[in-house]
Design a binder for this molecule. Structure first.
Ligand code: FES
Length: 160
């Protein structure tokens, strides 16, 4: 963690009544800084909190918001909750896998896109819901996702 995040983590440890309550917000600091949770940071956070690395790993394995591997520049998350499933989310996911040549949870070779399936994104009335870099795409369609991929590629090429 950088110095700023480390100072924030230490202040979180004193702000929460129980040390373990600070674990999730501290892990968010790490994810914000690195884009994922590297193993060295698991060990560092465990040391900071006085818990075992296995404890931190167990918490990480429970929360799908955290990533253990670097993700693509565009993190595409397809909701697999019931409402979205009933309204075609699985077709959207298949489209993305085929279009990008990745499997579930995979990242394209150019490091641009990662596709994940996640639990209910809490916007069920607008199913199927896709989230791109934490921005909701309600009532997502295959056409819209295709455009998004093309535009994202163009955007990256423009700044290359
Ligand atoms: S089931 Fe997809 S947002 Fe709830």
């Amino acid at each position: 963690m950088n110095q700023e995040h480390l100072a924030e983590a230490k202040s979180l440890l004193t702000a929460f009544p129980g040390k373990s309550s600070a674990l999730i917000p501290i892990l968010h600091l790490v994810e914000d800084e690195f884009g994922y949770i590297p193993q060295e940071e698991v060990d560092a956070v465990a040391g900071l909190m006085g818990v075992t690395a296995a404890y931190v790993e167990a918490v990480l394995s429970f929360y799908t918001l955290f990533h253990r591997q670097p993700t693509g520049k565009y993190l595409i998350q397809v909701c697999r909750g019931l409402s979205c499933h009933l309204r075609g989310a699985d077709r959207l996911a298949r489209f993305l896998y085929e279009e990008l040549g990745v499997q579930r949870g995979g990242t394209t070779d150019d490091g641009l896109f990662t596709v994940e399936e996640v639990e209910c994104l809490a916007l069920c009335k607008d199913a199927p819901v896709v989230q791109v870099n934490l921005e909701y795409r309600p009532r997502a369609t295959q056409e819209e996702l295709g455009r998004l991929i093309a535009e994202s590629r163009q955007e990256v090429a423009r700044h290359a």
